[in-house]
Design a protein around this ligand. Structure first.
Ligand code: FES
Length: 102
């Protein structure tokens, strides 16, 4: 059964920024592209790099290690070497707090 968890305040993931956090059993990335906050797995599906240390652009998040880009809407890699999509999560904002459905 899914539940909403508080991830961070809006101030921690401003436009153009990323924020990584851990739950008991998940590692999640929040990314703010022009006010749209998306959530995906934090760890690259190729070789386990931390995507919060990568690069955010209109294409998505670029892995810092081997430079695969993942679409933030569906988690799909746009180029090799990554082939497996990131899991994506629903996000909601309430009273300046960011929540993720896990
Ligand atoms: S670890 Fe991310 S593309 Fe290789």
């Amino acid at each position: 059964m899914s539940q909403w968890i508080k991830a961070c305040s809006l101030d921690q993931v401003k436009d153009g920024q990323m924020f990584g956090f851990h739950t008991d059993d998940k590692k999640i990335l929040l990314a703010n592209l022009k006010g749209n906050i998306r959530a995906t797995d934090l760890i690259c599906t190729h070789a386990e790099a931390d995507l919060s240390t990568g690069f955010l652009s209109e294409e998505g998040v670029r892995c810092p290690l081997h430079l695969s880009v993942f679409n933030l809407e569906d988690g799909k890699p746009q180029n090799l070497p990554a082939e497996i999509p990131l899991k994506t999560y629903n996000v909601k904002i309430e009273q300046n707090e960011v929540y993720v459905e896990v």
